[in-house]
Design a protein around this ligand. Structure first.
Ligand SMILES: [Zn+2]
Length: 136
């Protein structure tokens, strides 16, 4: 596989910059409600629990669990060579925060539901894409 495969990059805005650029500091960041501690993702201006607008970026541990996954065998993008794993992971601090990601640095046959993983960032220009690898 190429060192840095082609990626479709997100549009970084003031609302999601903490998420896409947290990897520069090695941090997986989500908006957190300052009154109830709920993590709000995708970013929104209001906490869905208590309607507070006091949301600020907060770094989590980067640990997560594979909730579901699929093994892709189609060469959709140059440099992103199949087979590779597309997964939905639940972050440790709040399992209803789920990320669509790739599980990397692991044989595809070894990925399983419930697998502990940890974040690993892949930088493209000024975007740090959160990928996950088996937890140490
Ligand atoms: Zn709240």
């Amino acid at each position: 596989m190429a060192d840095k495969p082609f990626r479709v990059l997100p549009r970084v805005t003031s609302e999601n910059e903490h998420f896409w650029r947290g990897g520069e500091a090695g941090e997986l960041r989500f908006l957190r409600c300052s009154t109830c501690d709920y993590l709000v993702h995708p970013p929104a201006p209001v906490c869905p629990r208590d309607l507070s607008r006091e949301l600020a970026p907060h770094a989590v541990s980067g640990r997560a669990t594979v909730a579901t996954y699929t093994i892709n065998h189609q060469p959709w993008y140059p440099g992103l060579d199949p087979p590779y794993v597309v997964a939905i992971v639940e972050i440790e601090e709040q399992p209803d925060v789920r990320l669509m990601t790739n599980v990397v640095n692991c044989e595809v046959e070894k990925v399983h539901v419930g697998m502990p993983v940890q974040v690993k960032f892949e930088q493209h220009d000024d975007v740090w894409i959160p990928l996950f690898e088996p937890a140490a």
